[in-house]
Ligand binder design. Structure first.
Ligand code: HEC
Length: 211
């Protein structure tokens, strides 16, 4: 029976984090990370970014679904808040690319706000999904010139699936425990009320290129 009323004290969070991070660290070290390559064509770079996004999404979903099934949504929030940023930063350090998650309706303003390129691409994803295209598999890849240099940019849509609604659905549908926990942890939360099937956010990959 999931314990949906587990109070997330700091000690408990840290214990939960340690328990979660051990398998996560092992998985990140051994599993499916993209091979580095010197190829700089958009198709070749896209293959590598796609592989990174696939592996990240699989790891996040594995952790999240396991937490939801074994301990309930409050443990799921711990996974999203602590394990997922660990996974994305481990992948960023491993590859030298910037890998993270972003959304136009951000829950964590400190980590999840998209930059201008990501906002434009997310808007296009949303327009396509609103016209009836499936959000699953939507992606965009491009080489861009920025003041800080040349970069390969890649964005993969994360559809709002039924499981996401536990924490990203309309406020009226969230449990009282989830609502209270999110209100306590995310004072600038705009991450609820995502329509099923539309775009909840994206995995973003930003890779520096030679000048
Ligand atoms: C158990 C609750 C929970 C579930 C279920 C959940 N999320 Fe989240 N999600 C969160 C929390 C909490 C954050 C903020 C994480 C942080 O502190 O960086 C978040 C953040 C995100 C972000 C980063 C951008 C932002 O808004 O801060 C994306 C993208 C995201 N979630 C997508 C999803 C998708 C897609 C699903 C379904 C497959 C999902 N989430 C399911 C709780 C959840």
């Amino acid at each position: 029976m999931p314990n949906t009323h587990l109070p997330l004290t700091t000690d408990r969070r840290m214990t939960a984090l340690k328990r979660l991070l051990l398998p996560v660290t092992v998985a990140a070290a051994t599993c499916c990370l993209p091979a580095l390559s010197t190829a700089e064509s958009v198709p070749a770079l896209t293959v590598e970014a796609r592989r990174a996004a696939d592996s990240l999404i699989a790891m996040i979903k594995g952790e999240l679904v396991q937490a939801l099934e074994t301990s309930g949504p409050l443990k799921g929030i711990v996974v999203c808040k602590y394990s997922v940023p660990e996974l994305t930063s481990a992948m960023s350090r491993r590859t030298g690319w910037k890998v993270s998650r972003v959304s136009l309706r951000t829950r964590n303003a400190a980590l999840g706000v998209p930059d201008a390129w990501e906002q434009a691409a997310l808007l296009r994803f949303e327009e396509r999904a609103t016209r009836g295209e499936k959000a699953d598999g939507m992606e965009v890849a491009e080489i861009v010139e920025e003041p800080a240099g040349r970069f390969f940019r890649y964005l993969r849509a994360l559809p709002a699936e039924p499981v996401c609604a536990t924490c990203h659905g309309p406020p009226a549908t969230l449990s009282e425990a989830v609502k209270a926990q999110l209100a306590a942890e995310y004072p600038f939360d705009r991450g609820a009320a995502h329509d099923p099937g539309l775009v909840r956010g994206a995995v973003t990959v930003k890779r520096p290129l030679n000048p």
